[in-house]
Design a protein around this ligand. Structure first.
Ligand code: ADP
Ligand code: MG
Length: 334
C-alpha cells in the first residue's frame, strides 16, 4: 500500500540538470508509516546524500514527538492522562496543538485532532464488514471536541478534559514534517528541493535550469493518470484522497476522514488538493474540505489569503477555488 501511494500520490517531474553544475538528487523512503520522497538540488552527490539524511533525521525526530502509536511519545502521555491531569510537553508540540486548535476554529470544527477517540469505530484497512450501528457512532463523538483540549501558555501543559479523549496528528503531522524538513535544509544552505510526505509536499527554489518545480495531480478515477500539471514555487501542495482508505456500505463510499460532529466519515468527495504557503496548513485544510463538503469548503478556502484548492467529487467533476483554472472540468477513467 505504501508503495502504491508512492506511485499514486503525486508524481514529480524532476528534470535533471545534467548540463548545469547543479543536479537533482532524489530518494524514496518510508517515514511516519508513509512513503516519503526527498529531492535536493546540489552540486555534489555526497553532500546531497548528507542533506537528505538530515531531512530524514528531522522527520524521525518529529515522528517521535507526535506519534500516538509510540507509547513513549509525549502525545501518548497526553492521551494516557486524559481526564486525569495536564501534561507538560515541549514547546514545539504545544505550539503544534495550539495551531491545530486554531484550524479547528477557522473550519468550524471540521478539523479536530481530538477526532482520534473515534478510531475504534471506523477501520479503513479492509477489516470492517458492516456499518457500525447508529448508537455506537453517536456515542463515539461524545469524547470529541477541540474546546476540551486545554492549553496553558505559561506552563506548556496540555490537558484533555474528558476521560477517554485522545488526540492524533494523522491529518496535519506529515504536512508539519514536510515544513520542518524544508526549513532545516534551507537553513543548511540547500538552494532548492522538494519534501514530498506521501502527497503532502513543500517546495523551494527551482529546478537547476531555472524553471519552477512541476507537480502532477493524479486523476483519482485513474491513479495512473495525471490530470493537471501545476508549477509550484516556494509553496506547498497537499492532496488528500481516499484512493485506498475508504469503506463502502450500501453503495456509499466513506472516506477515512471523519466528521467530528456526526461521527460519520465524509462522503461525496474523492480528492482534495490544497495549495498554501505551508504544508501544515494545506494538510489540515485538505482534510477539512473533505468534511465541510464542496460548497462550504470552497467558500472557506476563498476567504483565506494565498490558499487555493481543487476538489474532485465522486462523479469525477472538478471544483476549484476562485484563482484556479483547469481545462475540462470533468475527469474520465481513461
Ligand atoms: P492522508 O493521511 O491520506 O494524507 P489526511 O491528511 O486527510 O489524509 O489525513 C487523514 C487522517 O486524519 C485520518 O486517517 C485520521 O487519522 C485523521 N482524521 C480523520 N478525520 C479527521 C478530522 N475530522 N480532523 C482531523 N483529523 C482527522
Ligand atoms: Mg490532511
Amino acid at each position: 500500500m505504501i508503495l502504491k501511494k508512492l506511485l499514486f500520490g503525486i508524481i514529480l517531474l524532476v528534470i535533471s540538470g545534467s548540463l548545469q553544475a547543479q543536479n537533482v538528487y532524489r530518494k524514496n523512503m518510508v517515514l511516519m508509516g508513509s512513503a516519503f520522497d526527498i529531492t535536493v538540488v546540489e552540486k555534489d552527490s555526497l553532500q546531497a546524500v548528507k542533506y537528505i539524511q538530515m531531512a530524514v533525521d528531522e522527520i524521525k525526530r518529529i515522528e517521535k514527538l507526535i506519534s500516538s502509536w509510540n507509547q513513549n511519545s509525549q502525545t501518548s502521555e497526553i492521551n494516557r492522562n486524559a481526564g486525569i491531569r495536564p501534561v507538560k510537553v515541549d514547546k514545539e508540540l504545544f505550539d503544534l496543538i495550539k495551531r491545530a486548535k486554531l484550524i479547528s476554529q477557522i473550519t468550524d470544527g471540521a478539523f479536530d485532532i481530538s477526532y482520534a477517540s473515534m478510531d475504534k469505530i471506523w477501520k479503513f484497512d479492509g477489516s470492517m464488514t458492516r456499518m457500525p450501528d447508529t448508537e455506537s457512532i453517536k456515542k463515539s463523538v461524545a469524547k470529541v471536541g477541540y474546546q476540551n483540549i486545554i492549553l496553558n501558555d505559561t506552563t506548556h501543559t496540555v490537558f484533555l478534559k474528558l476521560k477517554g479523549m485522545k488526540i492524533g496528528f494523522g491529518a496535519i503531522g506529515k504536512g508539519y514534517a514536510a515544513d520542518k524538513a524544508k526549513q532545516l535544509l534551507i537553513a543548511k544552505g540547500v538552494q532548492a528541493g522538494i519534501i514530498n510526505a506521501s502527497g503532502d509536499m513543500n517546495t523551494w527554489g527551482t529546478q537547476p535550469d531555472g524553471t519552477p518545480w512541476t507537480v502532477a495531480i493524479v486523476n483519482p478515477l485513474n491513479k495512473y493518470k495525471a490530470f493537471a500539471l501545476v508549477p509550484v514555487s516556494n509553496k506547498a501542495v497537499v492532496t488528500s484522497g481516499d484512493y485506498e482508505k475508504y469503506v463502502k456500505f450500501n453503495g456509499i463510499r466513506y472516506a477515512h476522514i471523519i466528521n467530528p460532529k456526526t461521527g460519520y466519515p465524509a462522503t461525496g468527495i474523492i480528492s482534495v488538493s490544497v495549495f498554501a504557503p505551508q504544508a501544515e496548513l494545506a494538510d489540515a485544510l485538505a482534510t477539512s474540505v473533505f468534511v465541510m463538503g464542496i460548497e462550504a469548503g470552497l467558500d472557506r478556502i476563498n476567504q483565506l489569503p494565498d490558499v487555493e484548492c481543487i476538489i474532485i467529487d465522486e462523479k469525477g467533476k472538478i471544483h476549484t477555488s476562485k484563482n484556479i483554472e483547469i481545462n475540462g472540468k470533468k475527469l474520465e477513467k481513461n
